[in-house]
Write a protein that binds this ligand. Structure first.
Ligand code: TTP
Ligand code: MG
Length: 384
């Protein structure tokens, strides 16, 4: 299955925060990095960039280029606090958030579309929430891997939203200057230019062997990036404690077969995300919020950790069946916690063979039995 990766990068981050805190600076060339001439520019507002000012430029040079610019010192604590707010918003969407710098993160939203909308809708929601809560804009790239997502987020800054599909990758890379490839520094650019290569796509004309000989291991990466390939996973810095999916229903309901369908979709999604990250979980819970906004969470812990859609569905369904529903349901969700890495799962390594048919068959039967109890045949079947 193709992954769906988002790259989020705040626009002119330090400068945007300064403007936020001093609205009179709106529309002015703002340069953050210090007020003395000894330092370098941390960042510049887009207005200042139009004068040629950019990050890492010596301040004295920025003053030459933009004499009427507003030069401000770095207030790192303020930026860090703001970064924390942004990252927390991202984690509300998925725990699979990899923070790569103070204003930049990757999200893996694979498998979330069914519940949360298209990747574009999810990205718009993220932009909206960030803006609502911080009054700052960001740019988002959506692509099948981290490299292309980063390229995409950079394409329509500020306040951009760009999608690069696998099919479009070649076109984008043909136009991407090699210096925009993450990890490519001055000397690599020089070498590539000597080979007559200016765009990322043109790297394809060099053989894998030649790239390896010339650039070592990084050459192999260039070989892949030139083809728009990047298998590196989104690695959350914080340990993932649980994976969940929940949905506020479009109307309150007491219809068990509908709720069971929701739980099945959510179990599929949670299982998919567990598998994506090589995780399995032992505790399965459901969360129900009723029409009067009261809520319950019911959990059960199973003997061996699982990443199977049906196992999660079965346990969640059991919890639902045991839960008296006196009021209509407004929100329903499934969560798997008590996680362990596949590599830590002793049982896994003892029996590393494929699906256990007997177990699957029993599970199917058990699921059918609970569904019987719901009094209605539920149409949707299948799963992972
Ligand atoms: P960037 O995301 O590279 O830049 P930016 O957010 O200011 O602008 P853009 O709209 O192009 O994304 O970096 C994020 C912040 O990190 C930036 O606001 C300031 C800081 N920074 C430095 O302090 N020094 C640097 O050389 C760079 C590149 C960034
Ligand atoms: Mg930025």
């Amino acid at each position: 299955m193709d992954r769906i990766i988002l790259h989020i990068d705040m626009d002119a981050f330090f400068a945007a925060i300064e403007v936020l805190d001093r609205p009179e600076l709106q529309g002015k060339p703002v340069i953050v990095g210090g007020t003395t001439n000894r330092g370098v520019v941390s960042t510049a507002s887009y207005e200042a960039r139009s004068f040629g000012v950019h990050s890492a430029m010596p301040i004295f040079q920025a003053r030459e280029k933009c004499p009427h610019g507003v030069f401000l010192p770095v207030n790192m604590k303020r930026y860090k606090d703001m970064s924390g707010i942004v990252m927390k918003i991202l984690e509300d969407f998925t725990p699979l958030v990899e923070t790569v710098s103070i204003d930049e993160a990757y999200l893996d939203i694979t498998g979330m579309e069914d519940l949360m909308g298209t990747p574009e809708q999810i990205a718009r929601r993220i932009k909206e929430r960030i803006y609502d809560e911080t009054r700052l804009t960001c740019s988002i790239g959506i692509a099948p891997n981290k490299f292309l997502a980063k390229v995409a987020s950079d394409m329509h800054k500020p306040d951009g939203l760009t999608i690069i599909t696998a099919d479009e990758a070649d076109t984008f890379l043909a136009a991407l200057p090699v210096e925009r490839i993450p990890g490519v520094g001055k000397s690599t650019v020089e070498t590539l230019k000597r080979y007559g290569i200016k765009s990322a796509g043109e790297i394809k004309t060099l053989s894998k062997d030649r790239l390896l000989r010339r650039f070592g291991k990084f050459g192999l990466r260039l070989h892949e990036l030139a083809r728009g390939a990047d298998s590196s996973p989104v690695v959350p810095l914080r340990e993932i404690k649980s994976i969940s999916a929940e949905e506020t229903l479009s109307y309150d309901t007491g219809n068990l077969s509908l709720l069971s369908n929701k739980i099945q979709d959510q179990a599929d999604m949670v299982a998919g995300r567990l598998r994506n990250h090589g995780l399995k979980g032992k505790t399965i819970s459901i969360k129900i919020k009723f029409s009067d906004f009261t809520a319950v969470t019911k959990a059960q812990t199973i003997a061996s950790a699982t990443d199977s859609s049906r196992m999660i569905f079965y346990n969640a369904l059991q919890l639902l069946a045991d839960q008296p529903l006196k009021k209509k349901v407004r929100l329903i969700g499934v969560e798997v916690s008590n996680l362990l890495k596949e590599s830590e799962d002793a049982q896994m390594s003892l029996f590393p063979i494929g699906p256990d048919e007997e177990r699957e068959r029993k599970l199917d039967k058990a699921i059918d039995e609970i569904r019987e109890k719901f009094g209605r045949k539920v149409i949707k079947r299948g799963g992972a």
